[in-house]
Design a protein around this ligand. Structure first.
Ligand SMILES: Cc1cc2nc3c(=O)[nH]c(=O)nc-3n(C[C@H](O)[C@H](O)[C@H](O)COP(=O)(O)OP(=O)(O)OC[C@H]3O[C@@H](n4cnc5c(N)ncnc54)[C@H](O)[C@@H]3O)c2cc1C
Length: 392
């Protein structure tokens, strides 16, 4: 395979960057990950990992490690505004494994990052450089040249076959190397916190995802049994608040209200940005993950799309003469899917926050759809599979 002995430099050791490194390392490539932070950073709390992404992580040999830190919820219960009873329980659990060949699981982001990091460390051909102050990349006929300012103040220059910008929503690769557009603020804030499970045990089932609809907000809750905590994510419109401000959803009802009021960590606001860029690559420099296609998280697919990017790009780099040709094919394959998922996520945001009386129509439709309609409706997301592309 052409990738054997080739080297690639990846900016960003997030979920996309580390998955990309693992996928490339399997082809015998040498990978240097340049990470701006001093350690693996996983801000935020929970993450839902759907079968389309989990299948890829399983093929990278991470299945057992992920099982140990995740929960496979039995169902996703959706509560209409103010209600104590779900209007629908969408089945997950065993039916997801049976139908899509991989679980639908929830986990702490730091646990997923830790699993990926430990897996990267087992490869002698993956080097993660932390605390990188800055870098500059230039593409040329034979690959790329990257000048790196390291944490200790030293500079070094490295050559590689290609450079992958997995450096997140405000990607320097997109902005500087590809002269691409800035991320767009979506006028929404995700408020996140963890609470001890016992603090919400009367309101939240230990084996389910609970979603509470409201007018102008929705609240997503799921247990992280490995940590004896519950992840809360509250989504509301607005600008980034001042320090110390707390979210105040109007009329959440007794159940969601009790969960919101539970003792636990402080709420942390997280401004929501999206990225739409026509240019995913130029020469031997390409983008992956949020750097290419950050989306609002209302279909819980942002990280999954970065993981899929890695599974698509690695075999192309391995089987194509130049990184440029691989990036070109990869962009053709990935852009339509990432755009479709982003559009669905944005549409969900509109539907989830519908005011009364539109919310009544929404709730009736959801109730009539029944507990398994999502399996067909979202089959195009969860069943997506390029096959096992790792070297035999
Ligand atoms: C509230 C919320 C809930 C979400 N829930 C889900 C969910 O349930 N399921 C799901 O699939 N997705 C979810 N997402 C989306 C998901 O979090 C992101 O899509 C995913 O984390 C993107 O990963 P990434 O590796 O591409 O980018 P990032 O996680 O942003 O990682 C980028 C990395 O690059 C580093 N970096 C940045 N700039 C530089 C630089 N110049 N040089 C070197 N390194 C750099 C950063 O330090 C970081 O480590 C959610 C998002 C939000 C906001």
């Amino acid at each position: 395979m052409p990738a054997t002995g080739r080297s690639y430099i990846i900016a960003g050791a997030g979920i996309t960057g580390m998955t990309m490194a693992l996928a490339l390392a399997k082809f015998g490539a040498t990978i240097v990950l340049l990470e701006r932070s001093a350690t693996i950073q996983e801000f935020g709390a929970g993450l839902q990992i759907s079968p389309n992404a989990r299948r890829i992580l399983d093929r990278l040999g991470l299945s057992d490690a992920l099982d140990q830190v995740s929960l496979e919820p039995e169902a996703l219960d959706v509560y209409p505004q103010g209600s104590r009873r779900p209007l629908i329980s969408m089945e997950l659990g065993a039916i997801m494994r049976e139908r899509f060949g991989a679980p639908y699981a929830v986990m702490h982001r730091a646990d997923l990052a830790d699993v990926l990091y430990k897996a990267c460390r087992r490869f002698a051909n993956i080097d993660i450089v932390f605390g990188v102050r800055d870098w500059d990349v230039v593409s040329h006929a034979r690959g790329v040249t990257v000048a790196v300012d390291e944490a200790n103040g030293q500079s070094r220059t490295a050559r590689a076959a290609g450079f992958i910008g997995a450096d997140g929503v405000h990607s320097k690769t997109r902005l500087a190397a590809l002269d691409g557009p800035p991320a767009q603020f979506r006028n929404r804030i995700a408020w996140r916190r963890l609470v001890p499970f016992d603090a919400v045990a009367d309101e939240i089932a230990p084996d389910r995802v609970s979603v509470f609809f409201g007018s102008g907000f929705h609240l997503v809750c799921y247990p992280l049994p490995h940590r004896r905590q519950v992840n809360l994510a509250l989504f509301m419109p607005g600008q980034m608040p001042k320090d110390g401000a707390q979210p105040k959803p109007v009329d959440p009802g007794p159940k969601a209200g009790a969960i919101l009021a539970a003792e636990g960590d402080e709420w942390t606001p997280w401004p929501m940005y999206t990225v739409e860029t026509p240019l995913w690559h130029q020469g031997n420099i390409g983008l992956a993950g949020d750097a290419a296609h950050a989306m609002v998280p209302f279909q819980a697919q942002g990280a999954a799309m970065g993981i899929e990017d890695a599974a698509t790009l690695a075999p192309l780099l391995a089987g194509t003469e130049t990184a440029e040709a691989a990036f070109s094919r990869y962009a053709e394959m990935r852009k339509p899917r990432a755009s479709r998922v982003a559009a669905l996520s944005a549409e969900n945001g509109r539907i989830f926050h519908m005011p009364w009386p539109l919310s009544l129509a929404r709730d009736t439709v959801m109730r009539l759809q029944g507990p398994r309609a999502h399996l067909n409706r979202l089959d195009w997301i969860y069943a997506h599979d390029l096959g096992d592309t790792s070297p035999s």
